[in-house]
Design a protein around this ligand. Structure first.
Ligand SMILES: *Cc1c(COP(=O)(O)O)cnc(C)c1O
Length: 234
């Protein structure tokens, strides 16, 4: 007999969601935090619907994508079939994609410059939709990375509110891959605190427990749930 051509994630093949859930619960307990204070964003970039459906089936309701175009291709059908599912944009946003981003996403984690603020403010007004907004901070001041430099953060956050009329929910950061993440999480938390922001999007597969200890309210976990990405995708 020939094998079925596609067996993406059979009922008995383990996925990492349960292990990630367990680790989040452990990290919350250790930090004396309520489990409900941390939102798990399952980062499904590069994975198709047949890999995402079992994770929805297991009860996960918040998903993250880093490209507007990719999300537009696979999510409308999934969210229509599963109305409780929320979608977060965690990757860089171009102004010319703001319209699609506001239409598609419940949260945007990559607000980092005036042109994006302008485009988002316009679309929020036009569409009457209010995605939750996070300002991305480039805590490692890496030239190739998106985000506002730490020394410009206070001015930028104030401008989001006062010049663009945007309600900012929190801050997001991605520590440099070759450094200990804790000081970056601490810096992000400090900037949020002095700007009166309560939400912190920080922590990925390798460091979400550390992020929870340092106050993360949103952890963005991909490979620990879905497995290794075979497509290279930042
Ligand atoms: C891909 C991605 C993640 C998830 O990374 P993993 O290491 O697979 O958990 C989190 N945040 C952002 C911004 C990403 O692009």
């Amino acid at each position: 007999m020939t094998q079925s051509p596609t067996t993406p994630l059979s009922a008995d093949s383990p996925h990492g969601l349960a292990a990630v859930e367990q680790e989040i619960a452990r990290a919350c307990k250790e930090a004396r935090r309520d489990r409900a204070s941390v939102t798990l964003i399952a980062v499904s970039k590069t994975f198709a619907a047949d890999a995402i459906l079992p994770i929805i089936g297991a009860g996960q309701r918040v998903f993250g994508e880093n490209r507007v175009q990719e999300a537009k291709g696979k999510w409308p059908e999934l969210t229509q079939a599963h109305p409780g599912v929320k979608l977060h944009l965690i990757g860089p946003l171009q102004s010319n994609k703001a319209k699609e981003a506001v239409a598609l996403f419940d949260a945007i984690h990559s607000v980092d410059r005036a042109s994006i603020c302008e485009a988002l403010a316009k679309e929020i007004k036009n569409q009457g939709k209010h995605p939750e907004l996070f300002v991305q901070i480039n805590t490692g001041e890496e030239p190739q990375k998106a985000g506002v430099a730490p020394q410009d953060a206070d001015t930028f956050i104030t401008a989001c509110r006062d010049s663009h009329g945007l309600q900012i929910s929190g801050l997001m950061c991605i520590p440099p891959v070759d450094q200990a993440p804790a000081p970056h999480f601490a810096l992000c938390a400090k900037i949020a605190a002095r700007n009166g922001l309560t939400n912190l999007s920080m922590g990925m597969s390798a460091d979400f427990a550390v992020a929870i200890a340092m106050g993360a309210t949103h952890v963005r976990v991909g490979s620990a749930i879905f497995g290794t990405r075979t497509v290279v995708h930042n």
